[in-house]
Design a protein around this ligand. Structure first.
Ligand SMILES: [Zn+2]
Length: 268
């Protein structure tokens, strides 16, 4: 009887050890299975995305920000636009895929670490990049038909943008963000004043309000039959205000292309 009792005790001791080990095994097994399922889902998603973009690129609308090549110099111009974004946000975060779709690869942490002005710039560009609707912009260089940006041609002349340099009142980054915002709203067709939205982006970035625009020193050179607009040479003056300060920025134009750096003059 004694022997039997010790046998039962031994058996129950074994059971006490074995049951938790068994349960642990079940837990590990189910975790591994879950991981496997996760992987399968990701693979399927990637595959369906790739097949959509390759096979059905005509049927499935592109979304986000698309840079289009223009007149054989498109690749260079697109490269310059990406360089501008990367110069401001760093880490070579902006690239384009084979469809010209702009990709921004900053993590949330990296965005949080950006200085305030750069964060506003990032937000404006990323709103277009991450949008479910597409904004298609032709990027050109030294275009005779476009001064900085054109609503008619859906175009940004990146050489004109780059002439604004890195100043504090108005610079190539604020001008670029203005144009991207304006093109996005223009192409959506709902906003009544896309240009004003662009001005507000500049103001949020650099703190200066662009108050008005004087083009009385601009002379007509010839007429563009397509856009029904004049190609001009001369000066345009923009005025920026911050508190009691007022600054004039004069930009020299030669047949719709900006020449040299814009000149600053304190008005008050
Ligand atoms: Zn504008």
């Amino acid at each position: 009887m004694k022997i039997k009792l010790t046998n039962i005790r031994r058996k129950s001791k074994k059971l006490i050890i074995l049951i938790p080990v068994f349960l642990l095994c079940i837990l590990i097994f189910s975790c591994l299975n879950l991981k496997k399922k996760d992987k399968e889902v990701i693979v399927l998603d990637n595959f369906s995305y790739i097949s959509k973009t390759i096979i059905g690129s005509d049927e499935i609308p592109l979304h986000g920000l698309i840079f289009k090549e223009k007149d054989g110099i498109g690749k260079d111009a697109i490269e310059e636009a990406l360089n501008l974004i990367n110069e401001y946000l760093g880490n070579g975060c902006a690239t384009v895929d084979e469809n010209g779709k702009v990709l921004l690869s900053l993590t949330e942490k990296e965005v949080k670490r950006l200085p305030r002005k750069q964060r506003v710039f990032y937000r404006v560009i990323n709103e277009v990049v991450a949008s479910s609707k597409e904004t298609i912009i032709s990027i050109s260089k030294d275009s005779e038909f476009v001064v900085v940006g054109s609503a008619f041609y859906n175009e940004i002349d990146i050489s004109d943008v780059n002439h604004f340099g890195t100043g504090k009142i108005c610079n190539k980054f604020s001008v670029f963000a203005h144009e991207i915002k304006e093109q996005q709203l223009l192409q959506r067709g709902k906003d009544k004043n896309p240009h004003l939205a662009g001005i507000l982006v500049e103001e949020e970035m650099l703190g200066y309000t662009r108050s008005y625009f004087d083009s009385s020193d601009l002379k007509k050179v010839r007429f563009d039959d397509v856009s029904k607009k004049w190609i001009c040479t001369g000066f345009i003056y923009s005025f920026f205000e911050k508190g009691s300060r007022k600054i004039e920025l004069s930009v020299r134009i030669d047949t719709n292309n900006i020449v040299g750096k814009p000149k600053k003059k304190n008005i008050r």
